[in-house]
Design a protein around this ligand. Structure first.
Ligand SMILES: [Mn+2]
Length: 299
């Protein structure tokens, strides 16, 4: 079973490669099983209609699903190496590929961003945009420096990432140690309530202006599903009120894809065991992914 029944072989025409990282060892919550999300999201896609909201025929999109990275749950360093290797083998087949990663917990984003940034020629043009209810900016948490709650900090630690080209959007559950670090390092973030204070256009313009100022033209986008309101995305570990609606995030992503070059993206922290029986959260994730693919593809 593949995502939307797409093929499995990368060729010269392939634009997007979908792959899963079935790994939630670095979540700080015992109750989540986001490792099962890649397979669940593939299953869910079988039941969705084959056009996007804007009328794009999904089978005509140039997407390939290459399966999951083989993960050894507790071997962190080894998994990082495996994920990097997995992505390098994708790029060795076609270097223009836009990777789409489905986690797993949010830590899965770190090796993906690292691979993207390391392989990127003009590192000055690289940027990272994270949608998340959280800053994930602890220095160390739970199992140590590698955690889903430290992932933004680890990304910030990469030599080519700074407070100039890293932006976190949708925050509304920030802990004091994180606030202290982000103040000291002048990390840029936009709280979720700002969207309602200033409205869609100004909010999206703020995101675009941030990357314009830093001259970052090629942006990696990470979507923690908890950036959405838990009333529509209950299947995740931290159900924090006050998140975006599906339509709000859809609108934001559509406008971003029109104005910046999205070089890869991920959806993480979907936890099928905490979802409703109708799989609303996995469904939402499948929709978001295919809609964002079509926005990028349609430029
Ligand atoms: Mn989060």
């Amino acid at each position: 079973m593949t995502f939307f029944d797409f093929g499995e072989t990368i060729d010269n025409d392939t634009e997007f490669v979908f792959f899963g990282i079935p790994w939630n060892y670095l979540s700080s919550l015992e109750i989540v099983d986001s490792a099962k999300a890649p397979q669940k999201i593939r299953e869910i896609s079988e039941n969705l209609g084959l056009t996007t909201e804007m009328g794009i025929e999904i089978p005509k999109l140039k997407v390939v699903d290459v399966g999951n990275v083989a993960i050894e749950p507790t071997n962190i360093e080894n998994n990082i190496v495996k994920i990097v290797k997995f992505m390098k083998s994708i790029f060795s087949q076609n270097k223009r590929i836009i990777p789409i990663m489905v986690g797993g917990d949010h830590f899965c984003t770190y090796p993906v961003v690292k691979t993207m940034g390391d392989s990127f020629d003009k590192k000055s043009g690289f940027g990272v945009l994270i949608f998340d209810a959280h800053l994930d900016f602890y220095k160390s948490y739970d199992k140590g420096k590698y955690s889903h709650a430290t992932v933004s900090h680890r990304i910030f630690d990469l030599e080519y990432v700074s407070n100039n080209n890293l932006l976190i959007v949708g925050t509304r559950d920030i802990d004091v140690p994180e606030l202290d670090i982000t103040k000291k390092e002048q990390i840029a973030y936009l709280n979720a309530y700002t969207f309602h204070d200033i409205g869609f256009n100004s909010f999206t313009d703020k995101i675009l202006a941030f990357f314009e100022k830093s001259n970052a033209k090629d942006i990696y986008v990470s979507i923690d599903i908890d950036v959405l309101d838990p009333s529509i995305a209950p299947g995740t570990g931290y159900a924090i009120p006050g998140g975006f609606s599906y339509r709000e995030l859809w609108q934001i992503l559509r406008k971003l894809a029109e104005n910046i070059n999205i070089i890869g993206f991920d959806v993480v922290e979907v936890s099928p065991n905490l979802d409703l029986l109708n799989n609303i959260t996995s469904n939402l994730a499948a929709k978001l992914i295919i809609e964002l693919i079509s926005f990028i593809s349609n430029k």
